[in-house]
Design a protein around this ligand. Structure first.
Ligand code: NAP
Length: 303
């Protein structure tokens, strides 16, 4: 496909801004934020797609307020569950089109003791996870309903995202400047993932021969929230940032000591083996650095 027309939903989110960084010079990109199209209105999505007629859709938009979703499950379902179906219906009718959609580790309940594979059973604990799972199933169904399609979909499940926007790392660095002691959950495990890396992975799928499906998009390694906070704060300290709380002053606590409206999985770790096989096999130059390597670069950039 030469110079395909691209449409990015969620231009102002962490992953959306990362797309702006990597596709800023692309000649044919339409950037869509909430004010151009409210994803809770399927008719607006339909109109947007008919107006711009994209061959490639990157859906980086989502209802991501995990706790608030417990109070407004219908809205979360419209944005995360219904909107992707409208996008998938449209793309599945385009010859050689692509839908790249982001999903989450929260589709799992976390009861498994090893990293989740793409084929593992889902069982979301909260409304956010349920709405994101509904989006995955809706995309799969739309493509099943068009069995002759030459278009493809890629659902990239990821976790613990950080980029240009509010995120856990920024919160920890702010708190370490304000307080002398921090308490951070140490019994929930996952993989911190860079928004920039996620946008690069999403783009690479459009250059690959990978088959449609679900892929776990995370870098290498694993840690707890406590491990991530400690590493980010130590990195900032090593760079000379003045902090009240040093990394030794971060007390590990169990998740039960920090109750939140939405339950989170204890094990959010996912295997990235399938992703490595398709992207490395295609020799597209995607690296799989350790999470520490990427978080260190990120912290150095934002301090
Ligand atoms: N953040 C994480 O830790 C995490 C973890 C796992 C998976 N994910 C998934 O990764 C993807 C990207 O996440 P992110 O961290 O980049 O999210 P984000 O920073 O919260 O950005 C989400 C974007 O969606 C937009 N949006 C929300 N409701 C909308 C609506 N009704 N109409 C139009 N746009 C709407 C928001 O618009 P406004 O800017 O106007 O609010 C925002 O720009 C999502 O699919 C998310 O589920 C994220």
């Amino acid at each position: 496909m030469e110079n395909p027309s691209i449409l990015v939903f969620g231009k102002d989110g962490q992953v959306g801004k990362a797309f702006q960084e990597i596709l800023g010079n692309h000649p044919q990109v339409t950037w869509i934020g909430r004010s151009e199209c409210d994803l809770s209105h399927p008719s607006q999505i339909q109109e947007t797609l008919e107006k711009y007629q994209p061959q490639i859709i990157f859906n980086a938009a989502a209802y991501t307020a995990v706790d608030q979703a417990e109070k407004e499950p219908e809205l979360a379902h419209l944005i995360n569950g219904i909107a992707p179906r409208v996008m998938a219906d449209y793309i599945s009718k385009q010859s050689d089109g692509f839908l790249i959609h982001y999903s989450t580790d929260y589709v799992f309940d976390g009861a498994k003791s090893t990293p989740y594979e793409e084929t593992d059973a889902t069982n979301p604990l909260g409304q956010y996870g349920k709405s994101k799972l509904a989006g995955e199933l809706a995309i799969e169904k739309a493509f099943k309903d068009h069995p002759q399609t030459t278009a493809k979909y890629f659902i990239l499940r990821t976790s613990w995202v950080y980029g240009d926007g509010a995120n856990f790392i920024k919160t920890m660095l702010r708190l370490a400047k304000e307080r002398t002691q921090l308490k951070v959950i140490s019994d929930q495990w996952g993989v911190p993932t860079s928004a920039l890396w996620l946008a690069q992975v999403g783009y690479q799928f459009t250059q690959s021969k990978a088959p449609s499906g679900i892929y776990h998009a995370i870098t290498d390694g694993e840690t707890s929230w406590h491990g991530l906070a400690t590493f980010a704060i130590q990195t900032a300290f090593n760079c000379g940032v003045h902090l009240q709380a040093k990394s030794q002053a971060i007390t590990p606590i169990p998740a039960t000591d920090y109750p939140l409206p939405a339950p989170r999985p204890y094990n959010s770790r996912m295997s990235n083996q399938k992703l490595k096989e398709v992207l490395r096999g295609a020799e597209l130059g995607i690296d799989f650095p350790s999470w520490q390597n990427q978080v260190e670069q990120y912290v150095r950039n934002i301090i």
